[in-house]
Design a protein around this ligand. Structure first.
Ligand SMILES: [Zn+2]
Length: 107
């Protein structure tokens, strides 16, 4: 999870799984997404949880990957999985290049 960008190369889409100790996380990047923002977000994640939540996040990650391959969904984003079936939007970290170029996203 923590090695970037070496572990992340090749064709998009990229999907990373992680967690913060309580929640499971899916971070994804399509061909248009900034790989540094992706990396910055993934770098702050821990390991995916064990048990049902870990299984559920694997399923969600596979689903997100399929959608990206079909060209569906945003080019860059993340989701928290609070419980199996309970998904929340993740606030992406911005790399220094994007942070200086774009205003913060409106809520
Ligand atoms: Zn960026």
């Amino acid at each position: 999870m923590a090695e970037l960008p070496a572990a992340w190369s090749g064709e998009a889409p990229w999907v990373a799984l992680g967690g913060d100790g309580m929640r499971a996380a899916v971070v994804f990047r399509g061909a248009e997404g900034c790989l540094w923002c992706f990396g910055e977000t993934v770098r702050h994640l821990g390991s995916p949880p064990d048990g049902a939540l870990g299984v559920a996040v694997g399923t969600l990650g596979a689903l997100v990957f399929q959608r990206l391959r079909l060209g569906l969904g945003p080019a860059l984003g993340g989701r928290w999985l609070v419980a199996p079936g309970a998904v929340e939007e993740m606030e992406m970290r911005r790399c220094s290049r994007c942070a200086g170029r774009e205003p913060p996203a409106e809520p």
